[in-house]
Each structure stands twice: as structure tokens, then as C-alpha cells.
Design a protein around this ligand. Structure first.
Ligand code: ACO
Length: 377
């Protein structure tokens, strides 16, 4: 049998990104993630993923205009969000809303390359609007329409909080969106490509992906990291807390990765952003607790001879929390970013498609005969 969890199996050829697991590098279309996080915007990264190149000034303005126009969400879909039970998980509501967006999309069943690009732009912009609407509507507030002229990062915070964010908050969310946009053949992207490879439509593929991202071993980890930080009363308690969990055989959320054998390069980018927030008056507590957790993990895992490093979710959690994003909305923010990567992968899959259909190894009983029902135990 091949490796459990398909580890190391190449499931597609891609030009979108590469994860250098041993070196701890992440590259989108030839650009290092640090370079993009520092010197590009999320919209520029979307252009890179969808068109293979960073945009010219005119190309960027054109894409931003399309994203702004397409961020508006059909009232019928907002009605569905409004009807969701208050206690529904926002990722479940987003999954439902993205599926419903496929019902009202003017290009819904059009599988042409032009229609798929239009749907990719629309879905990436609409995911942001829906994410903010989910939180406002469940709190009895009216959903806000996206404001023209704002970036997707600024619009996310504006539609959530009702105020145009400060430049630093916008820049931090923008960088978070960049580092979460794409990541090779991760589980949710694989799910999107499997769905696309049956020649199903883009809304179906991204709905599969959202369901896959929701799990705590994948995108859902950021919410669990914050729950852990809130459970630890002070930095001194972090060591015993982590050791206790490890002794009980539990995992520490925000650590470990299938591909990275060293620090996830996105983690230090987010840590720097967290530090910047603290310099501007944020709470030092989360970083102090995070440092102690990291220290304890380093010691404990070295003792076991099994080093495990922090991943992207370890620092994104406290950054989002400090920016006033509700805890259970963290994974939705991840989904907003990854929508760019998912849609790019789906278009890549369509461009050179073959049904994805692995084999299984049968280990069940053989040679049985059906006995009359009265004779069965
Ligand atoms: N805490 C404690 N031990 C861990 C952790 C962790 N976070 N992660 C892995 N280990 C241990 C495992 O228990 C296992 O030990 P064993 O060999 O004694 O059984 C060993 O390290 C190898 O781990 P696997 O589970 O085989 O690693 P795998 O590649 O299957 O899983 C995963 C990777 C799912 C990310 C895992 O590390 C994990 O569950 N981490 C916590 C959840 C998390 O942070 N997910 C976000 C990942 S990044 C992202 O999706 C954006």
C-alpha cells in the first residue's frame, strides 16, 4: 500500500506555488513569500495566481475595480445567511453561502475559461462580504455593503466593524491574506481539484474546499490556538499546560506540518505583525504565552527526538484576536485568502484535466455467501 495520508504522493503538476519543506520556504509563481508579504498587496497576489504574473499598474486597477464591483452579494444569499441559526459555525454558513452563490451566479454552469475567471474573481470578493455579513447578521445587525475604493483587507474589517480600519490594521490583514492565499497540494486544495477533475463547476469545487478547510487539523487550527491561549491564565502556566496535554497524548494546535521539517516560513511573518501590533499598544500577553508554549514544545519534542515547529496558525490567531475578529471567524478569514488559491488550482486543473481517482487496498472479508435473513445473527 502507498503511504497513509498520501504523504509524498504527487497528485498534480502546478505552476502556482511550491513548498520547500526541508528549507522552510514557500514560493508563489517564483516569488518568495517574504518578498510578497512585504512588497505586494493581496490583490496583486490574486493577479499572480490567476494570470501567472504580477500586474502592471493598469492591470491592478482593472482587477481592483472588478473585485469591488463583484464583492456585492445577492440578497437571496444574504437571506440564507440571515436564516442560519445563531449558533451555526461561521465556516458552515460560509460553505452554505458559497454553494448558494452558485445558484445565482450569471456564469454558474458556463465552463469556459472566461467564465471561470469571472467566477474566481467574484467568489474571492464575495467570500469577504459573506464572512463579514455572517458575523453582523448573527448579532442582529444589518450587513454592510462593501465600500468602493477599499482593498479586500480593509473592506473585511470595515464590513465587520462598521469603521474604515487604520492603515496598520489593513496592512496586517492584507499580509495575512497574502500568506494564506496558496500552499501547494494542501488538503482543501486537493479537495477542490478532486471535485473539479470530475468537470463539476467552480462553486462545487470551492464548496468542497471550504468543508475540508474547516477541520481542526487544517484551517480550523487557528480558532483552536486562540482557545488554548485563552485557557492559559498566564505565561508561567503555559509550560505545565503544554506538558499536561502531551502527556495525555493530545496535540498542541498550531504546531506540526505534513511538509515543513522546520519552521513554517509564514509563522515568523505573522509573528512580526503580532509584534508590530504590540508596539502600537496591543496586549503583550498572547505573545508571552505563545513564546512559552513554543519553548516548551521545543524542549519536549527535542526530548522525544521528534522536533515539531509552529505553523502559520500559531501566530495568526492572536493577530486576528487583537484586531477584534471574533474567534470562530478566524477560519473564515483563512478561507477568504485561500479562495484565490483554490480558484487558481481549479482553473489549472480544468486546463489539463484527468479524473482524480486513486485506488484503495481491500482488507475486508472475502468469499462470503448471502444467507436467508432468519439465519443471520
Ligand atoms: N502536537 C503534538 N504532537 C504532534 C503535533 C502537535 N501539534 N503534530 C504532530 N505531532 C506528533 C504526532 O502525534 C506524531 O507522533 P507519533 O509519531 O508518536 O504518532 C508525529 O508528531 C507525526 O505527526 P503526524 O500526525 O503523523 O503528522 P501529519 O503529517 O499526519 O499531520 C498535522 C500534520 C495534521 C498538521 C499535525 O501536525 C497536527 O495535527 N497539528 C495540529 C493541528 C494544526 O496546527 N493544524 C494546522 C496545520 S497548517 C494548516 O493547515 C494551515
Amino acid at each position: 500500500m502507498g503511504s497513509k495520508g498520501l504523504e509524498g504522493i504527487v497528485a498534480a503538476r502546478t505552476t502556482l506555488s511550491h513548498v520547500y519543506g526541508e528549507e522552510g520556504r514557500l514560493v508563489y509563481g517564483g516569488y518568495e513569500i517574504e518578498d510578497l508579504a512585504e512588497n505586494a498587496s493581496f490583490e496583486e497576489v490574486c493577479h499572480l495566481l490567476w494570470f501567472g504574473e504580477l500586474p502592471s499598474r493598469a492591470g491592478l486597477e482593472d482587477l481592483k475595480a472588478k473585485l469591488a464591483r463583484d464583492a456585492v452579494v445577492d440578497e437571496r444569499v444574504l437571506d440564507l445567511v440571515r436564516a442560519a441559526p445563531r449558533e451555526a459555525h461561521p465556516m458552515s454558513t460560509l460553505r452554505t453561502a458559497v454553494s448558494a452563490l452558485g445558484l445565482v451566479d450569471p456564469d454558474a454552469e458556463d465552463m469556459s475559461a472566461g467564465a471561470n475567471l469571472r467566477k474566481s474573481i467574484r467568489l474571492t470578493a464575495q467570500a469577504v462580504t459573506v464572512t463579514a455579513a455572517i458575523d453582523r447578521l448573527r448579532n442582529g445587525k444589518e450587513a454592510l455593503a462593501p465600500r468602493a475604493g477599499l482593498s479586500l483587507a480593509a473592506n473585511l474589517l470595515y464590513m465587520l466593524h462598521g469603521e474604515v480600519p487604520e492603515a496598520l490594521a489593513e496592512r496586517i490583514i492584507d499580509a495575512a491574506l497574502i500568506v494564506h492565499a496558496e500552499h501547494g497540494m494542501n488538503a482543501s486544495t486537493f479537495a477542490a481539484r478532486v471535485t473539479a477533475a470530475t468537470l463539476s463547476d467552480l462553486h462545487s469545487a470551492t464548496t468542497s474546499a471550504i468543508g475540508t478547510l474547516k477541520g481542526p487539523l487544517h484551517g480550523g487550527a487557528n480558532e483552536q490556538v486562540m482557545r488554548m491561549l485563552l485557557e492559559i491564565p498566564d505565561p508561567e502556566a503555559a509550560g505545565p499546560y503544554v506538558r499536561g496535554k502531551l502527556e495525555r497524548g493530545e496535540k498542541i494546535m498550531g504546531f506540526g506540518h505534513r511538509v515543513y521539517r522546520t519552521t513554517d516560513p509564514r509563522a515568523p511573518i505573522l509573528k512580526r505583525l503580532a509584534e508590530e501590533l504590540i508596539r502600537r499598544g496591543g496586549n503583550t500577553r498572547w505573545l508571552q504565552i505563545s513564546d512559552r508554549i513554543q519553548e516548551t514544545m521545543r524542549e519536549e519534542m527535542a526530548r522525544k527526538g521528534k522536533p515539531i515547529y509552529p505553523n502559520v496558525d500559531f501566530f495568526s490567531a492572536s493577530v486576528y484576536y487583537t484586531l477584534g475578529i471574533p474567534l470562530d471567524l478566524f477560519t473564515n478569514v483563512f478561507a477568504c485568502a485561500r479562495m484565490a488559491g483554490w480558484t487558481a488550482h481549479v482553473m489549472e486543473q480544468y486546463s489539463d484535466n484527468r479524473l482524480i481517482r486513486p485506488a484503495s487496498e481491500y482488507v475486508g472479508p472475502r468469499g462470503r455467501k448471502v444467507r436467508p435473513i432468519e439465519e443471520r445473527a
